[in-house]
Write a protein of this length. Structure first.
Length: 235
């Protein structure tokens, strides 16, 4: 069992997930790079180690029960616990009018953006329970805030729905795990220059990942909230 704080980030081979891994590695964490593509995950872990960080690749497809269960088993056997879980893996590919959203497209989005975090959180709860300061951070979005969406036009309805549902899961899980002293929060990284956000996004991956790093490392973490750089966001 390692004495170094251990963080697992899903979808961490690129974008916000990789940058969050880099920032946590720079702060002394051993970072587990969760990725469904082995070569991409291995390359990401190698890049962080060459920068002086401690990183390992973990094969993990958030849509697969077998993959997630095997990842949890492997992490448990090697490390014995988990301190921070960042549910970062997500998709956004349903830019249609809400009335034209297909069930197939919605199911595909929910499988990754909602079912994935639930599946991974449940599988790793036994290891999080062995940490003295465990945290689950769900990468959500202001686009999953009903209060915010009521003032804007829906652009990717399946994505909006999935993130709103993820926020509800965050609230319920935070209440459930309060007695176990496991903190659970959602975060919004903002509109970030990634494959998903596009080149015209105003924020860098470093800026987007900063709120993840803050909630993973601050001494007295809140629980049951949705946060961005400016603070708390209305549900």
């Amino acid at each position: 069992m390692t004495a170094t704080k251990l963080a697992l980030i899903t979808g961490a081979n690129k974008g916000i997930g990789f940058e969050a891994a880099r920032q946590l590695a720079q702060r002394g964490f051993c970072v587990l790079i969760g990725a469904r593509q082995a070569l991409a995950g291995q390359d990401a872990a190698k890049k962080l180690t060459t920068e002086g960080g401690e990183a390992e690749f973990v094969l993990l497809d958030v849509t697969s029960d077998n993959s997630v269960e095997e990842a949890a088993r492997a992490v448990g056997e090697k490390h014995g616990r988990l301190d921070v879980l960042v549910n970062n893996a997500g998709i956004q590919d349903d830019a249609v009018r809400p009335s034209q959203l297909s069930i197939a497209a919605l199911q595909k989005t929910l499988a990754t953006n909602l079912e994935g975090p639930i599946r991974v959180s449940k599988a790793f709860l036994p290891l999080l329970g062995k940490s003295s300061d465990a945290r689950i951070i769900n990468v959500s979005s202001t686009w999953g805030s009903i209060a915010a969406l009521s003032k804007m036009k829906a652009q990717v309805p399946g994505y909006h729905i999935s993130k709103a549902a993820l926020n509800m899961w965050t609230v319920m899980l935070a209440q459930d795990l309060r007695r176990d002293r496991i903190k659970v929060n959602s975060i919004c990284p903002g509109w970030v220059k990634t494959d998903m956000g596009g080149a015209s996004a105003p924020r860098t991956v470093a800026q987007g990942a900063a709120i993840i790093t803050k909630l993973a490392t601050q001494e007295d973490s809140p629980t049951g909230g949705l946060f961005d750089d400016a603070g708390s966001i209305a549900w």
